[in-house]
Design a binder for this molecule. Sequence first.
Ligand code: GUN
Length: 291
Amino acid sequence: MTTPQVLMAQPVVESIKKNLILRCQKLLQKGIKPTMSVVLVGNNPASLAYIKYKKKMCEEVGGVFHLHQLPDTISQEDFLSEIKKLNEDPIINGIIIQLPVSEKLKSLNVYELIKPSKDIDGFHPDNTKKLYFGSIEANLLLPCTPKGIISLLNFYQIPIQQQNILVIGRSLIVGKPLSMLLSNLNATVTLAHSHTKNLNELTKQADIVISAIGKPGYLGSTYFSDNQASTVIDVGISYVENKIMGDVDFENVKSKVTAITPVPGGVGPMTVVSLVENLIIATEIQNKEKL
Ligand code: GUN
């Protein structure tokens, strides 16, 4: 039995916010207001809750937040014309399309619709290809959850280089970009998924286990050995009887590992602060000749 370090997002968020507030003030002094537009189709309650949090963080840093809410009956043609207007609007610096979108829009490749320079989700192929090519420049528009996980590990001085890191889940939003980012940072990465054999052996061998599968409590105590010198990062957010639960059975795993993120209060806030960080980066790049 050990007492693990619980890797809370809050001190990390505070430290990143301090830096973003200064950078935002510098932009405001030049008459530039970093402005984010979030496109929401319909009124999914989980999406509305995330958006509220994004608005709060954006405004706390000094940015301007616009919610662009569209009916879930909107046609593909009208939706594309709304996105085009935002892409061309000079006062908007960053745009995200909140996922999931409505059934009618599902056949669109939403990842490719936002102008790459305003793509603060970091999902556009022009942005993700930089990860594929191995870039580790500081001003990349990286997908927010992977970026937030790196910031969290760095803040708590958990090494990445030369570590064996197991990423579970190969989604476009988390697993795939995260595995590339970690490999660019010289980690040895294993990308596991629903067809992986013997997952409970891989979890016991990894220095860092990062789970992004969205199955509440899936990684129970049998996935970890006693006194395992590992860090566990839980990206999962599931709602079970109105309670938020991660992929890891926190209560039964925490005594076995060295460090672990809580849910809520771990990766979630890191994703949101990374989005605001991307807004500031995008605004700085768009205005580089004025700064
Ligand atoms: N829905 C769930 N996660 C995300 C995210 O990171 N970005 C967007 N746009 N929508 C999401």
